[in-house]
Write a protein that binds this ligand. Sequence first.
Ligand code: GH3
Ligand code: MG
Ligand code: MG
Length: 577
Amino acid sequence: MHSTFNLSRRVERWVGPNSAVLLLVVAATGAVLFMVLAGAFVYKNTRSLISSAGWVQHTQEVLASLQRVSLLIERIEYRTSLYRATGNTEHMGRAHASASQLDTALAHLQFLVADSEYETANLKNLRSCTQHINQELAVFTVKSELSSTQQCQQAIGLMTDHEQGLLEERSKGSQRSSFASIGTEFAFVSLSLVFLVVLFGFLLRDAILRQKAGKQTALTNERLARTVNALEDRAYESELLTSARDELQLCVTVQQVYQSAANSFLRLLAGTSGSLCMINNSRQLVEVVSTWSGTMAGSGQENCEESAIEDFHPPDSCCGLRSGQTRWRQPGVSEIHCTHFSGNAPERYLCKPIIAHGNTLGILYVQCPSEAAVAAVNLHMDGLRQLVQLTGMAIATLNLRTKLENQSIRDSLTGLFNRHFLQISLERELARAARRKQNLAIFMLDLDHFKRFNDTFGHAAGDTVLKAVAEIFRSSIRTEDIACRYGGEEFTIMLPDVTPAAAYERAEIIRQAIASLRVPLEKEVYAEFTISIGVALYPNDGDYADVLLRRADTALYRAKRQGRNQVAQYEESTVMS
Ligand code: GH3
Ligand code: MG
Ligand code: MG
C-alpha cells in the first residue's frame, strides 16, 4: 500500500496535482480496454480449446469406427469358419448381416475421414478389401476360405496407427491450448489485480486526502465562526461604547453619569451585578453611587445576585484601590478578599480603580456568579477598560465644570454668590416679577465700623467674621432668595415675590441676628458688631436693576447717617428706623 502511495505521488508529480480526475478517467478507460482485451483473449483461447477438444473427439470417433469395422470383419471371419465347420447356413446369414453392417460402418468411416487425404486413400484400400470379402461371401461354400480379411485388418491397422498418432498429437495440442489458456488467464487476472490495487490505491489516497481536507475545512469553519463571533462581539462593544460616550456627554450632573454608566455596564457585562463607588470629598469614605444587577432581556441567562458592596471606609479596604490596579478575586487565582463587605464576601469579583487626570475617583465593582461570567468579563476587558475611562473622564469633567462654575459665580471667602451673578439673577428675577406682577426686594447690607474691627483684631479675624455673617444670611433667607457679597464688607440680598412688610421684617430679623452674633476670636474674646441695611422695592422704588441697587444703596447710607445698626427703606425724604 505504501509503494502504491509512492507511485500515486510520483504519478501526481508527473501529471500535476490538478490532473487527478484526468488520471482517473484514463485509468478507468485503460481498465475497460484491458478487460475487453482480456475477454477477447479468453474467448479466443476457449475457442481454440474447444476446437482442439473437438479434433481429439473426432479422432476418437474415427478410432472407434475403425474398431467397429475390425470387429465386423472378425465376425464375418468367425461366422464363415463356423459355417465351414458345421455347414449351418444360419452362420452364413449372420456373416452376410455383418457384411452389410460393415458397408454402413465403412460409409460412416468415410464420412469421418473425408478431411484427410491420407486416410481417404487408406480407406480406399480398405474398401477394395471389403469388396473382395463381399465377392467371396457371395460364392462362399463350406469348402471356401476368405482370403482378404488379413489384408483388411492390415489396412485397418495402418489407419488405426495413423489415427493413434493424430490422437496423441491432438491431445498434446489440446493440452498446450489448455496451458496457454490457463497461463493467459492467470496473466490477465494478475494484471487485473495490479490494476485494481493501483486504482484502489488512488481511490484510497483520494479518500484520505478528502478526509483530511474535510477535517481541515471543519477546523477552518470553526475558526471562521469564532472570528465572526469575536467580530460581532467587537462590533457590539464598539456600538455600545459609542452610545455610552454619547449618553455620558449629555449628562449635566454626576448623578446622571453614575446612572448612565451603570446602564452601560449592565449592557456590556450581561450576567453580572456590580456597583460604581466614588471616594467622597474628605477621601475617607467610599460611597456606592449606582448599581446594576441581572441580565440583558432575551439573553437567556439567569438573574444573578444583587451587588454585595455597600458604602465603606477606609478606601484602603479595597485591594484594587490599595494597589491602584484592576484586581480579580477568584478561587484558585487570587484568594485574598477585600474587606469592604458587610456580610460574606462573594467568590468572584473584580475591583477596577476609576482614575481620571491622575486622580483616583473611586472603583468599579463587578460581581460574577460563575466562571462563565468571569470569562465573559475577561472577553470584554478591553471594552470595560474604555468604558471605565469614559466614565471617569465624564465625572472628572463635570466635577471640574461645577468647580469652575462655582468659582465664576461665588465668592471664595464666604461661599456667597458674587456681584456678577447678582446682576444676571436680578435682571432675570425682575423680568419674572414683571410677568407675574409680583414684588421684589433688594437689601444692601454693610457692617458697621468694620475698618475699626479689622484694625483692632486683624484681617484674619475680619475674614472669620465675614464667613460667620455669610452663614447668618444663608440661614435667614429662603432657597429662592439670593445672597451676594457685593464687595469688601458690603452684601446684597435679593428676595423675589415678597410683600414690602415681609421684606422689611426679614431685614430686621437679619439685623438682629447679626447684632446678637458672637464670633469667638481667641480665648474668651468674642467679636460683636452690627450691620446697617438699606431696602428698595420693585416696582415701588424702580423698574430697573441698576436703579433699584442704587436706591437700596441710598437707603443704606441713610441708615448709616441715622446711627447705624438699623434698617432703612428707600424713600424720597422719609427716614425709616
Ligand atoms: P462704616 O460703618 O461707615 O461702614 O465703617 P467701616 O469701617 O465699615 O467703613 P468702610 O466701609 O470704609 O470700611 C471697610 C473696611 O472693610 C475696609 C477694610 O479694612 C474692610 N474690608 C474690606 N474687605 C475686607 C476683607 O475681605 N476682609 C477683611 N478682613 N476686611 C475687609
Ligand atoms: Mg463699607
Ligand atoms: Mg462698613
